[in-house]
Design a protein around this ligand. Structure first.
Ligand SMILES: Cc1ncc(COP(=O)(O)O)c(C=O)c1O
Length: 453
């Protein structure tokens, strides 16, 4: 009998002990032992149409049978042109130019390169520096990692990352010390301006930020008015604004662009996760007409891209996913049901003061767990409360996205929910029940532990 190749698999401390997936349908995954898991976070906020959607799989099959990948320097394709037209339409006509890539990190990396190329095209070669924010995550390639403030993910690479400026996070629940709620936006705008002036506007390429922070903060929407205020500062000094919507974009917050709700359009924008809903890896860097025209005039066009840029089947998946989202008016559900889910979570957890904050937009919801609701002091990092909640939820059959380090990089416990846009009311009800129980059980266990100590 031939031995299964699985028998030769090396031990892997990261994945050993995880359930082995067998198949998935809609909002549910099943492991090889037949256990069912409700995908309450769409993996890491990716699976916006759930799993195994018949029409998306059909679109993949049809495209693969025609041609899976025609190289971008040899051919254009209907799939790639259609997806570009869809993205232009969904962004209100603001983004007609884009580079397709295969991940969020590559999308951010491309955005950074486009900013640099634009300044080079304008003869401003000194504009090389990026400004980012504390408690942010932009990806794992070296450039994207350089603009990310995620301690545990950066540590091994310190010393070879780009020299980047970091300004404060725009977090109303955790404002900079001594800054009151009504002073928060002017404070943050001034801080950005001060940093631009400190390094010299002629040296600054772009300011990059997540309109709704994902894993690094546990879903943190910037306060109303923030995006407009920082955009005004950027414009004043010729600094490009990059909106990283890898996680919060493609409809996750109930509008196709998260920044639509802030009434601004950045110069450059990254998207990925929900673009093709995880059916295939796909992301994109989008940029304005002005940037396009400058690059065409100076260099003949954009100078970044990869072998798999515009991968034909990936684009076909993107077309299918985005067509279904629009046809089935799923963003209406995301807006209405997302707000209701937040309300229901607040009411179900109102007797748990350790749930310090419940926030988010649409189907992008974060719960922050604290040891003391008054002072907002986090639990001791060693207790790994986020992981404990995640594990209890998983054992009960719910996948959520537990995150650590939103307070100063190490402490802090948050849980992210990001259900598929087509999740039913019943499914959302199940998420509510299972997560509430996991949180209550975990807090009860933590208190018992503290009492015994
Ligand atoms: C806001 C943001 N940008 C970039 C990335 C990197 O995307 P990827 O993991 O697909 O490379 C992520 C991933 O979580 C993200 O949340």
């Amino acid at each position: 009998m031939t031995q299964s190749p699985l028998a030769n698999a090396a031990a892997n401390p990261v994945t050993d002990g995880l359930p082995r997936v067998a198949y998935a349908r809609g909002s549910y995954l099943f492991d090889v032992d037949g256990k069912r898991y409700l995908d309450g976070s769409g993996g890491p906020a990716v699976y916006c149409l759930g799993h195994a959607h018949f029409e998306v799989n059909e679109a993949l099959r049809i495209q693969n049978e025609k041609v899976a990948h025609a190289y971008r320097y040899h051919f254009t394709s209907d799939a790639s042109d259609e997806l570009q037209a869809i993205i232009t339409d969904r962004t209100g006509g603001h983004f007609r130019h884009m580079v397709f890539v295969t991940s969020g990190s590559e999308a951010v990396e491309s955005c950074m390169k486009i900013a640099l190329q634009y300044h080079a095209a304008c003869g401003q070669m000194s504009r090389r520096r990026f400004i980012s924010r504390r408690r942010s995550w932009h990806g794992n390639t070296l450039g994207a990692l350089s603009v990310s403030d995620f301690k545990s993910r950066r540590e091994a690479y310190e010393g070879s990352l780009l020299d980047v400026s970091f300004v404060s996070a725009a977090n109303a629940y955790r404002p900079p010390a001594g800054v009151s709620a009504d002073q928060l936006i002017p404070y943050l705008a001034q801080e950005l301006e001060d940093e631009i002036l400190r390094v010299g506007p002629e040296n600054v390429a772009a300011f990059i930020f997540e309109p709704v922070v994902g894993a690094a903060g546990g879903v943190v929407p910037a306060p109303e008015g923030y995006a407009k205020a920082v955009q005004a500062v950027c414009k004043r000094y010729g600094v490009l604004m990059i909106g990283d919507e890898v996680m919060c974009g493609s409809g996750r917050t109930g509008t196709w662009r998260a920044l639509e709700q802030d009434s601004i359009v950045p110069d450059i924008m990254s998207i990925a996760k929900g673009l093709a809903g995880g059916y295939v890896p796909l992301g994109a860097a989008l940029y304005s007409d002005e940037i396009h025209e400058a690059m065409v005039a100076a260099h003949g066009g954009v100078q970044t891209g990869h072998t798999f840029t515009g991968h034909t089947t990936a684009c076909a998946a993107g077309v299918a996913v985005q067509t279904i989202i629009t046809r089935d008016r799923l963003l209406d559900h995301v807006l209405a049901r997302g707000a209701r889910l937040q309300r229901d979570l607040r009411s179900a957890l109102s007797d748990v003061p350790e749930v310090g904050d419940i926030r988010g937009r649409g189907y992008f919801i974060g719960l922050e767990i604290v040891a003391d609701a008054k002072t907002r002091k986090p639990f001791d990092a060693g207790l790994m409360v986020h992981a404990d909640i995640g594990q209890r939820a998983l054992e009960a059959g719910l996948i959520c996205y537990p995150c650590a380090g939103n307070v100063g990089g190490i402490a802090g416990d948050t849980i992210i929910l990001a259900p598929p846009y087509n999740a039913t009311e019943e499914t959302l009800g199940e998420i509510l029940t299972m997560l509430t129980k996991a949180i209550k059980d975990s807090i009860f266990a933590m208190k018992k532990l503290a009492a015994a100590a």
